[in-house]
Design a protein around this ligand. Structure first.
Ligand SMILES: Nc1ncnc2c1ncn2[C@@H]1O[C@H](COP(=O)(O)OP(=O)(O)O)[C@@H](O)[C@H]1O
Ligand SMILES: [Mg+2]
Length: 357
């Protein structure tokens, strides 16, 4: 599959713009605050039905406008498709795929598989466990509708539990019923995460080796309390820890505490890795993410690379450019010195919400 055209109407600083994309490298060049990341964000919104930069959908609407519209045309299985995203000032949101309204987002996510890589992605390697969970969850969500639903249902239960834990009097029986429900979701989410992390690991090992000329061995380890537990064990475990939950007034056990540890040659990268190793392992993880989606979906994902060239040295840039040369990518950058001897590239200048031809 590949993306053909992005039409933006009142989206961020784009009043009315049509962006033609090629099935190759699409490079958007421009100074800061001109609207490069906004293009990446619009593509993300068409894939996930929401932004990664804000929780408030209506921030996407151009200042002083009533609504915004995005249309993304793409080719898939030799068919022309279009996804429309609409949001207005009253927060009325509508997503349509080929003119059919999407009622549940779980029915749609995964239709346009993407991998996004931005300077903030470094948090996956350096930041808190939640960043690594998000990284893995984003893959799981693109691969499984049931995963999205289990995750949503689990989060609803967790919210309910945390609200109850704020009370002085807590009904243990009610909590046990809630735990029983949660254990069903935990089991499925843990199984799915485990499988995805193992598959990611397989790809990552090879990629890390080729970037580092066999010097570095990467290893991803899934850290959860619930590995290989059945629903009964999980429920029991949650029940047993309820007394601590009550003391702390919040849930201390659950998949919202899972982590993915990243090791290079046996040492944990977040603690002992050099800057260079952190950047290499992130590049590896993103390319492993790409390979995994490609294999599982039997379709080539779209690579969104937002302002990362400045973060990588020339060796890693060359590796990346060689890697992506046969795929579709959307790359934003403030300088294009790395563009040399590259085929199948389209360069567009971005200036104040407009594309210069
Ligand atoms: N809702 C909005 N309406 C109009 N302009 C916006 C809106 N949100 C952001 N902008 C503008 O978009 C620009 C930032 O765009 P961005 O794509 O992040 O820049 P960059 O080219 O540095 O990646 C800023 O000038 C900002 O004022
Ligand atoms: Mg930017």
């Amino acid at each position: 599959m590949y993306l053909k055209k992005l039409k933006l109407e009142n989206f961020r600083n784009y009043e009315n713009e049509e962006i033609e994309l090629i099935n190759g490298i699409n490079l958007f060049l421009g100074f800061n605050a001109q609207g490069k990341t906004n293009i990446i964000e619009a593509l993300y919104v068409c894939s996930f039905g929401k932004s990664y930069r804000t929780l408030k959908d209506n921030e996407l609407i151009m200042f002083n406008k009533e609504y915004c519209n995005i249309a993304l045309e793409y080719e898939k299985n030799n068919m022309e498709n279009v996804t429309n995203f609409y949001i207005d000032n009253l927060n009325r949101k509508q997503i349509k795929n080929n003119e059919v309204k999407i009622k549940k987002i779980a029915d749609y996510v995964g239709e346009i598989p993407i991998v996004i890589f931005s300077p903030e992605s470094l948090d996956v390697v350096k930041g808190s466990p939640s960043k690594r969970r998000n990284f893995v969850d984003m893959i799981c969500c693109q691969l499984s509708k049931s995963y999205i639903i289990y995750h949503q249902e689990y989060m609803k239960c967790l919210k309910m539990k945390n609200n109850l834990l704020k009370n002085d009097h807590i009904d243990d029986n009610y909590m046990h019923v809630l735990h029983e429900k949660m254990s069903v979701y935990i089991k499925r989410i843990v199984e799915f995460r485990k499988d995805i992390i193992e598959k990611l690991n397989k790809f990552a090992v090879n990629i890390q080796k080729s970037i580092t000329e066999d010097k570095e061995e990467i290893n991803l380890i899934y850290n959860t309390d619930f590995l290989n537990m059945n629903e009964e064990d999980i429920k029991k475990y949650l029940d047993e820890h309820l007394y601590i939950d009550k003391l702390r007034k919040s849930s201390i056990k659950g998949i919202q505490r899972d982590d993915i540890e990243i090791y290079i040659n046996g040492q944990e990268v977040s603690k002992y890795g050099s800057q260079g190793q952190k950047r290499t392992s992130l590049l590896t993880l993103k390319l492993a993410n790409f390979e995994l989606l490609k294999e599982e979906k039997n379709e080539i994902p779209i690579l969104l690379l937002d302002d990362i060239m400045s973060e990588l040295d020339s060796k890693r840039i060359n590796f990346l450019l060689k890697y992506i040369q046969n795929y579709q990518s959307i790359i934003t950058t403030t300088e294009d010195t790395f563009v040399k001897n590259i085929d199948n590239i389209k360069i567009s200048k971005v200036s104040n919400g407009r594309l210069e031809k």
